[in-house]
Design a protein around this ligand. Structure first.
Ligand code: URA
Length: 256
């Protein structure tokens, strides 16, 4: 099957899954969910529990009442302004703040905007972003139900690695964003996000798969979708990690 045929197949599967959800089906065998993200190389099927809906008015475990989230995020955005705290302010096209539900129970944190994100001002809209969207959908969520942001809000030139002083300037705003949202779980995408948030030098292969603590919020590191594009075999591990995240959100249910 060539790439075009594969993408068409995925689009039709996605449509089918959406139709099922719209018609009231709230759980599917894992095999179907994996098929939606697996691209050419599907992984073996297992069974996933039905997913709880995302609560619009949930209270986070870190004590932030969700009602304040929208105002809180607006205040962080305002404080950030047309940021020039580091050199990336001179080279970016658009500052990429974050997108999604200001009251999200689940937040994904990536590394930094790439070219597509820099142009559009929205995180994870390029090829890796499209794969992330499929992963999110396979988990039973839409992008508007969760929240997506990055460690850095501006694109490093030529997508080079973020530098220490850039992180130092930007990280406080990520922390304020996360405090405003008060999610129940954070997913760190890739080495850079995981190592930055956890102040660790361990490789992502060692960090992933278990929950860590980020200012009282459980954080699951997993492989970055861009890595999955190069190493599709690692989708199995990412899906394992996401199942742990889903279970965590489900087991803390009653709010959702
Ligand atoms: N990679 C990231 O880490 N973040 C984006 O927003 C896009 C690609």
């Amino acid at each position: 099957m060539n790439t075009t045929e594969t993408l068409e197949l995925i689009a039709s599967l996605e449509g089918y899954l959406h139709d099922l959800r719209d018609s009231g089906v709230d759980g599917l065998p894992l095999g179907a969910a994996v098929a939606a993200i697996a691209l050419p190389d599907a992984v073996p099927a297992a069974h996933s529990p039905a997913l709880p809906p995302v609560a619009a008015d949930s209270e986070s475990p870190v004590g932030f009442v969700a009602e304040g989230a929208i105002h809180g995020l607006d205040a962080v955005r305002e404080e950030l302004g047309e940021c020039h705290r580091c050199r990336l302010g001179d080279t970016r096209t658009t500052l990429v703040f974050g997108t999604g539900n200001p009251r999200a129970r689940l937040v994904f944190v990536g590394e930094a905007p790439g070219g597509d994100e820099d142009r559009q001002g929205i995180p994870f809209v390029g090829e890796a972003g499209q794969l992330l969207t499929k992963i999110i959908q396979a988990m039973g969520y839409g992008r508007d139900e969760i929240y997506i942001c990055n460690v850095l809000k501006c694109r490093p030139p030529q997508n080079r690695n973020p530098q220490a002083d850039e992180i130092e300037q930007c990280h406080p705003f990520l922390l304020k964003q996360l405090r405003a949202i008060g999610p129940e779980v954070i997913v760190a995408l890739g080495s850079f996000a995981a190592q930055t948030l956890l102040k660790s030098k361990e490789p992502i292969s060692k960090l992933r798969g278990v929950f860590h603590d980020y200012h009282g919020i459980p954080l699951m590191p997993t492989f970055h979708p861009a890595y999955l594009l190069r190493n599709p075999g690692a989708k199995r591990e990412v899906w394992d990690d996401m199942q742990k995240v889903m279970k965590r959100l489900g087991s803390q249910g009653g709010k959702g």
